[in-house]
Design a protein around this ligand. Structure first.
Ligand code: ATP
Length: 245
């Protein structure tokens, strides 16, 4: 089943488009990577899907229902999207620093609190078990990212949007976290749309990928297809020089 379907979407700020004519889908159990240089429009795309920015054109269907086209969603509609199973981990992680890790997790379970949900999440993020009583503001960057992901999935979302979880983290931490997204998709059928700068790493856990260049899709295909071109993508679109062998 297609969980997210963007057709011809234009998105931006104050009526000025920065994402143009975007077609993008995410199906149940799929991990889809959204790649691109700084300013390519990745965050704008996720904010628009969540209803935090109005789409300027095109159509967006979430769970088979058209949710917003060309108008700003009311807060109750944004909340409705979240309740129907859309979870968004923003770039800044959106944690409440004065609350403990456990309290942050409870905010991800607004309607019902189940020990089974917590156990399942701790299965994906076992390191959180030892720091549940610690305030989120005191956690390391990697622990905070784990907590942000855990809070997003503890309520059992059907579609998970993850914005640049590697920001400020050492590559070794990212190498540990990205496979958890794959496991969540495989274990629960959740569809995952992940923005990430570590091209090879994210392609290794993804099914498909889209590469944005100045707000337009420059490449779209299977992760294997894009991985075969990873050096060219890094050099041509992300401005990085491939490492010598
Ligand atoms: P990064 O990897 O740096 O986060 P990105 O691909 O997520 O980049 P966006 O944050 O979506 O890119 O930004 C796309 C364009 O929109 C950029 O040119 C940016 O300057 C512009 N932009 C972002 N936020 C705003 C805003 N609040 N108001 C106006 N323009 C904005």
């Amino acid at each position: 089943m297609t969980l997210l379907d963007l057709r011809g979407v234009t998105a931006g700020y104050e009526g000025v488009p920065v994402v143009h004519d975007l077609d993008l889908t995410v199906a149940e159990g799929e991990v889809v990577a959204l790649l691109g240089a700084n300013g390519a429009g990745k965050t704008t795309t996720l904010l628009t899907v969540s209803g935090l920015l109005p789409a300027l054109g095109g159509t967006i269907e979430v769970f088979g229902a058209e949710v917003h086209a060309g108008r700003r969603l009311r807060p109750s509609a944004v909340w409705g999207l979240a309740r129907s199973g859309l979870a968004h981990v923003p770039e800044d992680r959106g944690l409440f620093f004065d609350l403990t890790a456990a309290e942050n997790l409870r905010l991800g379970q607004p309607r019902r609190r189940s020990a089974a949900d917590l156990d399942r999440v701790l299965g994906w993020f076992p390191a959180l078990a030892d720091i549940l009583d610690r305030r989120a503001g005191l956690l390391s960057g990697g622990e905070q990212q784990m907590l942000a992901l855990a809070r997003a999935v503890v309520g059992g979302p059907r579609l998970l949007l993850v914005d640049e979880m590697s920001l400020g983290l050492a590559p070794i931490i990212v190498e540990g976290l990205l496979p958890v997204l794959r496991a969540i998709a495989d274990d629960t059928g959740t569809g995952v749309l992940v923005v990430e700068q570590h091209v090879s790493l994210v392609l290794s856990i993804s099914d498909r990928a889209y590469l944005l260049d100045r707000g337009r899709v420059a490449h779209a295909g299977t992760a294997a297809e894009l991985a075969a071109d990873a050096d060219r993508i890094e050099a041509g679109y992300l401005g990085r020089v491939p490492a010598d062998d």
